[in-house]
Design a protein around this ligand. Structure first.
Ligand code: HEM
Length: 145
């Protein structure tokens, strides 16, 4: 099943939780790994000049979104589905509709996530698979062309 996450011909279905025999969540070290990704992502977003427009659209302080994004990642990476338990089905595109998201913001989001994954994920196959899967999901959030 992990092949689905990495296969180029059959990418992981958008918004569907990957369920390989050993989940990305397990490979990343469980809760600590998911937390590290969520926190690193917002640390980069808050400090890198390139991502300033992305940072500026986020309500402050970032504590709430750090926690909610961690809850989302936990389930999305194949661990406990904390987001669904607390907030219901992710419906991520719908939840992002209040925000105008264009290609530039999508690219800033992926810039932060790619940097995060370079720093937090040792396993090269998993790192590249996650970059692809996040990239698809981020493109799916674009609601203004
Ligand atoms: C493509 C560019 C993206 C932009 C510009 C963007 C922007 C935002 C903003 C402004 C919020 C609201 C923050 C808050 O309420 O504090 C948000 C919430 C959220 N974003 Fe994104 N986002 C993007 C992509 C993504 C992607 C790819 C994911 C998942 C991998 C994601 C996951 C979430 C989650 C889980 C929430 C919380 C939703 C909720 O509160 O119910 N976002 N995003």
């Amino acid at each position: 099943m992990i092949k689905r996450l990495f296969s180029k011909s059959k990418p992981a279905t958008i918004e569907q939780t990957p369920t390989p025999e050993k989940t990305p969540y397990e490979i990343l070290g469980g809760e600590a790994g998911a937390l590290a990704i969520a926190n690193r992502f917002y640390d980069i977003m808050a400090t890198d000049e390139y991502a300033k427009p992305l940072y500026d659209m986020h309500p402050l302080p970032l504590d709430r979104i750090r926690q909610v994004f961690f809850e989302f990642l936990s389930g999305w990476l194949g661990g406990p589905d904390l987001f669904v338990a607390k907030h219901g089905h992710p419906m991520l595109r719908k939840r992002h509709m209040p925000f105008t998201i264009d290609q530039d913001l999508r690219d800033q989001w992926m810039y932060c996530m790619n940097k995060t994954l370079d720093l937090e994920v040792d396993n090269p196959l998993l790192r590249e698979g996650l970059k692809q899967s996040f990239g698809q999901l981020a493109s799916h959030m674009i609601n203004q062309h």
